[in-house]
Write a protein that binds this ligand. Structure first.
Ligand code: FAD
Ligand code: SIN
Length: 522
C-alpha cells in the first residue's frame, strides 16, 4: 500500500500535534502514532510549561536559569529563541483551548521548580500534559486535512539507501522521502511518501529499568535517523528525575512533580534527616542533576532503596488543591501525603540529546525535520531545566512548520521508492526471546550507564550490548516486521549511542558523571 501526502508527521505528542495543526492549512497531512493519539510522554507531564509571564520575571532571567542548569553548554541562540518565543506559543495553546490554572486575581497561577529563579511555570493542576494533549487532539480530530493513523508503527525513514544507493556516513546530501510504516491490522508495511517528514517520536526512557516514561518511549525516531546516517548528538545527557514514587513493579514509575519541591517539600533520608544542604546551597531546589546524584549517593551510603519527600508541614487543603492527582494516587497506596512522607527514587525521565537540528528544526537529512524530545536543539546543554521541554517542543514545531510550508512547492514526491521488501522472512519463532533481550538491555543500561558512570562500567555495557546487537540484527534480517522486535532494535541502537557518547566525554558535566573524570573541562 502506498500513500502520498504533503507532510508526514511521526508522533502525536505536543511536538507532532502542534506541527500538524500549523501545516494543515497548507496541505495534506498524515499523522502516524504507534499507539492511541493520547499515549505520549506529553500526556504524562505534570509540573507545567515554562514561560516568562509577569514582572519581576524577564527573558534574561529565564535565559540565565536555562544556561546554568545546562552547565553552560546550551546553545545561546537556541535558548534566546525558546525563551523569547515562549509567550507567543503559550497564547497559541490558549487559543487552541488549553486551560491553565488562574489565581483569584485572574492572573495565571505560576509554579516554581528546581533551577528557576522566578515563578514561571504555567500549569493545569498537576496534570498539565494531559490538558495540553486533550486540547490539541480535539483540534487535530476536527481538521479536514489531517489524516490520523493510530496504532501505526514507523519502522524506518526512506532515503536513497532504499533506492539501492549506499549512503556513507560522510554523505551530506541524504534525502528523506517519507517512511515505511507497519500496520498491525494488515500485518504489512505501508509506504508513506511525503514532501517533508517531521520526526516527533519522543523519548528513550524505556532503555532503563525504572522510568517515568510510558511504554511508547523506546527511542524509535533517534534510532531511525541514526540508521539513516543522520547526525545524533549529546546522548550521554540522560536526565533522571529525582522523585518518582517508590512502588516496585509499577511501570511507568509515577512521577512526584518537582513543583512539589517548589511548593516547599523537603527531601529526607529514611531516618528523617535532611541532606540536600550537604550538596548545594539551593538545597531541594537545586537543578535536577544535582538532586538526583545526591539522592543516589545517600541511598548508596545508607543502603536504603528510597528516600522520602516530606510535604506534611504544608497546609493539607492547599496540598490537595495543588496536587490532587498525586494525593489521590498516594492515598490509593495507603499514603496520606498530608500526614506521611512519600517514598521516592530517581527514575530515567528525559533525554537532552537526540537528532541534531538547526533553528528551523531541520535535521542533517534533507526534508527531514525533528522536534520535541527526540531532537537536539541545543536548548538543554548538559541538563534540562524543569518544564523547558514542552515549551521547546512547541516553539520548534512552529519553526519547522514555517520552514516546511515555505519549501513545500519546491519538493517533488519521489515515485521511484520501492515497496518494503520482506522476501525470505518469516515470523520470529520465539517472542519470549525478544522480551527477554529487551529486559537485558534495560539491565545493562541501569547497572552500568545510570546516574554515576565509570570507564569500566561503560566498557562492560558496550561489550554486553554488542553481543545482543549481533543476535538481534540477525533475527531482524530473517523476520517479518513486528513492533516488539523493531522496538528492541531501536532500544539497542539508542543504548549504543548513549554509551558511545558517554565514553567520548572525558569530563563530568551536568547529567553525565564519570568517576574516572570527576572534573569539568572548560
Ligand atoms: P511525546 O509526547 O512522547 O510523543 C511521542 C509520540 O511519538 C507518541 O505519539 C508516540 O506514539 C509516537 N511514536 C514514537 N515512536 C513511534 C514510531 N516508531 N511510530 C509511530 N509513532 C511513534 N516536560 C515539561 O516541560 N514539563 C513537565 O511538567 C513535564 N513533566 C513530565 C512528566 C513525566 C512523567 C514525563 C514522562 C515527562 C515530563 N516532561 C515534562 C517531559 C515532556 O513531557 C516530554 O519531553 C514531551 O512531552 C515530549 O513531547 P514529544 O511530542 O516530543 O513526544
Ligand atoms: C515535573 O513535574 O517534575 C516534571 C517537570 C519536567 O520534567 O520538566
Amino acid at each position: 500500500m502506498r500513500r502520498e501526502y504533503d507532510f508526514l508527521v511521526i508522533g502525536s505528542g505536543i511536538a507532532g500535534l502542534s506541527y500538524a495543526l500549523k501545516v494543515a492549512d497548507a496541505g495534506t497531512v498524515a499523522l502516524v502514532s504507534k499507539s492511541t493519539l493520547d499515549e505520549t510522554n506529553t500526556a504524562y507531564a505534570q509540573g507545567g510549561i515554562s514561560s516568562v509571564m509577569y514582572e519581576p520575571d524577564n527573558f534574561e532571567k529565564h535565559f540565565q536559569d536555562t544556561m546554568v542548569a545546562g552547565d553552560q553548554i546550551c546553545n545561546p541562540e537556541t535558548v534566546k529563541k525558546v525563551v523569547t518565543e515562549a509567550p507567543r506559543q503559550i497564547k497559541q495553546l490558549l487559543e487552541w483551548g488549553t486551560q491553565f490554572d488562574k489565581s483569584e486575581d485572574g492572573k495565571f497561577d505560576l509554579h516554581r521548580e528546581g533551577g528557576h529563579s522566578e515563578y514561571r511555570i504555567l500549569h493545569h493542576k498537576d496534570n498539565t500534559g494531559e490538558e495540553i494533549q486533550r486540547a490539541l487532539i480535539q483540534q487535530v480530530r476536527t481538521h479536514k486535512n489531517i489524516h490520523v493513523f493510530e496504532s501505526h508503527f514507523a519502522v524506518d525513514i526512506i532515503t536513497q539507501h532504499h533506492l539501492g544507493h549506499i549512503t556513507e556516513r560522510w554523505m551530506t546530501d541524504i534525502e528523506c522521502y517519507g517512511a515505511y510504516v507497519f500496520n498491525p491490522k494488515t500485518n504489512s508495511v505501508e509506504t508513506f511518501l511525503a514532501k517533508s517528514t517531521l520526526m516527533a517520536s519522543g523519548g528513550i526512557g524505556n532503555i532503563y529499568q525504572t522510568t517515568t516514561n510510558p511504554v511508547i518511549a523506546t527511542g524509535d525516531g533517534i534510532a531511525m535517523v541514526y540508521r539513516a546516517k543522520g547526525i545524533i548528538e549529546n546522548m550521554e545527557f540522560v536526565q533522571f528525575h529525582p522523585t518518582s514514587l517508590y512502588n516496585p513493579g509499577e511501570r511507568p514509575s509515577f512521577l512526584i512533580t518537582e513543583a512539589m519541591r517548589g511548593y516547599g517539600a523537603i527531601l529526607r533520608r529514611r531516618d528523617g534527616k535532611k541532606f540536600m544542604h550537604k550538596y548545594d546551597e539551593r538545597e531541594c531546589l537545586a537543578p535536577r542533576d544535582i538532586v538526583a546524584r545526591a539522592i543516589d549517593n545517600e541511598m548508596k551510603n545508607t543502603g536504603d532503596d528510597f528516600v522520602y519527600l516530606d510535604v506534611t508541614h504544608k497546609d493539607p487543603e492547599e496540598t490537595k488543591k495543588h496536587f490532587p492527582n498525586i494525593y489521590k494516587k498516594c492515598l490509593g497506596l495507603g499514603i496520606d501525603i498530608t500526614k506521611e512522607y512519600i517514598p521516592v527514587v530517581p527514575a530515567a525521565h528525559y533525554v537532552c540529546g537526540g537528532i541534531k537540528v538547526d533553528t528551523n528544526a531541520h535535521s542533517s537529512i534533507k526534508h527531514l525535520y525533528a522536534c520535541g524530545e527526540c531532537s537536539s536543539t541545543g536548548l538543554h546543554g548538559a541538563n534540562r531545566l524543569a518544564s523547558n521541554s514542552l515549551i521547546e517542543a512547541i516553539v520548534y514545531a512552529d519553526a519547522a512548520a514555517t520552514d516546511a510550508i515555505k519549501h513545500k512547492e519546491e519538493i517533488e514526491i519521489n515515485h521511484a521508492i520501492p515497496e518494503w521488501n520482506d522476501e525470505g522472512t518469516s515470523l520470529p519463532e520465539e517472542m519470549v526471546l525478544i522480551t527477554q533481550t529487551s529486559k537485558e538491555v534495560e539491565q545493562i543500561m541501569s547497572n552500568y550507564v545510570g546516574i554515576v558512570r565509570s570507564n569500566l562500567r561503560l566498557k562492560r555495557a558496550l561489550d554486553r550490548l554488542e553481543l545482543i546487537y549481533r543476535e538481534t540484527e540477525s533475527l531482524f534480517d530473517k523476520s517479518t516486521v513486528s513492533q516488539r522486535l523493531c522496538e528492541l532494535r531501536n532500544k539497542i541502537n539508542v543504548g549504543y549511542l548513549v554509551i558511545k557518547m558517554a565514553q567520548k566525554r572525558k569530563e563530568s558535566r551536568g547529567l553525565h558523571y564519570n568517576i574516572d573524570y570527576p572534573e569539568k573541562v572548560d
